[in-house]
Design a protein around this ligand. Structure first.
Ligand code: GDP
Length: 358
């Protein structure tokens, strides 16, 4: 799956930049994000970006914000974005859009520029192009105050009526106790982006490494609906392959038996663990859709473990349509799982309760 990542505001630009970085230099997600753009009302924030080149950075609202941003005033950002739509759309159109399967609009929903602008840009993208439009929104922490919480709630409601789905990353869940939030951003952004290379590449397996059940862009599109969350877990190959003292004394045939049981257990554990580490708070009973992907060396992917995990997901999310796939990867350093859950419509912490949009 290939996407155009459009990062708006400070958080949006930084996160879009990471998608671009993986696409340019990553081992797994090469060429998955052929188009990346950063848009901001703050010149200083744009100057901080390293991977998205100057020609793909767009400073908007210079006459109103004078390059200094809009603070937390998302209405001002919405007006600026509306006035700047011709320029924004021209910049987007410069990209090779016929290569992409979806647009990703990324922003911190509690702030001003990204929060106010992405619903405006999303609406115009939906009117203009056929590809689905998704939002990836960072939620503010409880400590960041009521204005940020209100901004996030307003942005989620506007996005809900416009985009195909909004994936949330809750800073409150991911911050480290005792560490200043600004110091934690790098680590948090890394964690946010971590599941995406596999999500984007799973359907692009080379012909000689096709999984038993292949996931493709249509599975992602069918799952990422309403509000969505994503999780990732990996078990290093060393932990899978070193039998330890327990296995060393066993005869060969018993060793094989134990290894098979261990592979089954590893596959079901890695998915259960991913479910414990989702990008935001969620209620499994509410989930409408789920997609699980199990990836790793072919010899580490146990179809018994895969089936067991799938049944567990179904019992945990009784109302969800479950999709699943495996992704064999030669020489992988981890057995890993990605879990995407969609069809969520409430975020109690922010008092958000969206209409179900099935
Ligand atoms: P904007 O520049 O006006 O769009 O506002 P920001 O992008 O700074 O949005 C503010 C919200 O985003 C707050 O909740 C911040 O904690 C959060 N935020 C800002 N930068 C980052 C970042 O790099 N990573 C993460 N995870 N959150 C960020």
């Amino acid at each position: 799956m290939r996407v155009a990542a459009i990062g708006v505001g400070q958080a949006g630009g930084r996160i879009a930049e990471l998608f671009s970085y993986h696409s340019l230099y990553g081992k797994m997600a090469r060429n998955t994000c052929p188009a990346a753009l950063a848009i901001n009302t703050s010149e200083a924030d744009l100057n901080m970006l390293k991977t998205i080149p100057k020609e793909d950075q767009l400073l908007i609202g210079v006459s109103q914000a004078r390059g200094h941003g809009v603070g937390l005033v998302r209405e001002m950002a919405a007006t600026i974005a509306r006035d700047s739509l011709p320029t924004i759309m021209r910049e987007i159109a410069r990209k090779d859009l016929h290569y992409i399967d979806a647009f990703w609009l990324v922003a911190g929903l509690g702030g001003g520029t990204g929060s106010g602008s992405i619903p405006v840009i999303a609406r115009r993208l939906k009117e203009t192009y056929q590809q689905p439009v998704y939002a990836i929104g960072v939620l503010p922490t409880r400590d960041e105050g009521t204005v940020m919480a209100q901004n996030a709630a307003a942005a989620l409601a506007e996005l809900h009526s416009t985009v195909d789905g909004t994936l949330v990353f809750d800073n409150d869940v991911w911050r480290t106790e005792g560490q200043r939030l600004e110091h934690a951003y790098d680590h948090m952004n890394h964690e946010l982006v971590r599941p995406f290379p596999m999500l984007l590449t799973a359907g692009e397996a080379s012909p000689n490494m096709v999984g038993i059940k292949v996931v493709d862009a249509s599975d992602v599109i069918a799952t990422w609906k309403d509000v969505a969350v994503i999780g990732y877990w990996g078990i290093h190959v060393d932990a899978l392959e070193h039998g330890g003292p327990f296995l060393q004394g066993l005869p060969f045939f018993k060793k094989r038996g134990v290894e098979r049981i261990r592979a089954t257990l590893a596959c079901s554990t890695v998915i259960r663990n991913a479910a414990t580490k989702m990008s935001g708070e969620w209620n499994p009973g509410e989930a409408g859709y789920a997609l699980m992907i199990l990836a790793g060396r072919r010899e580490h992917i146990s179809m018994d473990g895969y089936s067991e995990a799938r049944s567990w997901l179904q019992s945990t999310m009784p109302n969800a349509e479950i999709r699943a796939g495996d992704y064999p990867l030669r020489g992988a350093r981890e057995l890993s799982a990605v879990l995407l859950v969609g069809g969520i419509h409430s975020i109690p912490r922010l008092g958000v309760n969206l209409e179900e949009k099935r």
